[in-house]
Design a protein around this ligand. Structure first.
Ligand code: HEC
Length: 112
């Protein structure tokens, strides 16, 4: 019985640390998704990409929900804020949830 408890404790501790590690690397994964999805065709971060769509500081300007809405439902958000830059952003509705979460974490980390 003691052994079983010991194993449970180890699993819980390992689970907690890997959880913290994945929260940290979500930002890095999000950065990779950002590049892989070619967001830089229309946006730039830290001088990399299209300077007409600066996203530096977007994490201080928008909430996580707003950033998520932009990614999955860009046309609606564009209508809401009357964004007129062309070409307009398309919705990335088919992005796997993991990638979407990482992308939101990454953009939210851009506080300037
Ligand atoms: C075809 C061009 C295009 C692509 C590709 C694109 N966007 Fe956009 N995005 C826009 C436009 C246009 C706006 C409206 C605001 C503006 O004029 O910059 C916008 C707005 C945003 C905003 C809100 C910015 C703000 O300051 O309020 C976020 C966040 C965003 N995009 C994220 C992304 C992400 C993440 C990707 C890649 C998955 C992406 N965009 C790909 C054109 C694009």
């Amino acid at each position: 019985m003691k052994h079983v408890l010991g194993i449970v404790v180890v699993i819980v501790v390992l689970g907690a640390t890997s959880g913290a590690a994945s929260a940290q690397s979500a930002v890095e994964r999000g950065q990779q998704v950002f590049t892989a999805q070619k967001c830089t065709v229309c946006h730039s971060v830290a001088g990399q990409g299209n300077k007409k769509g600066l996203l530096d500081g977007v994490g201080a300007k928008l909430s996580a929900d707003e950033i998520r809405q932009w990614i999955v439902n860009a046309p609606e958000m564009a209508a809401k804020v009357k964004a007129e830059r062309k070409p307009a952003m398309k919705p990335y509705a088919a992005l796997p949830k993991d990638n979407l979460d990482a992308l939101v974490a990454y953009l939210l980390s851009l506080k300037k």
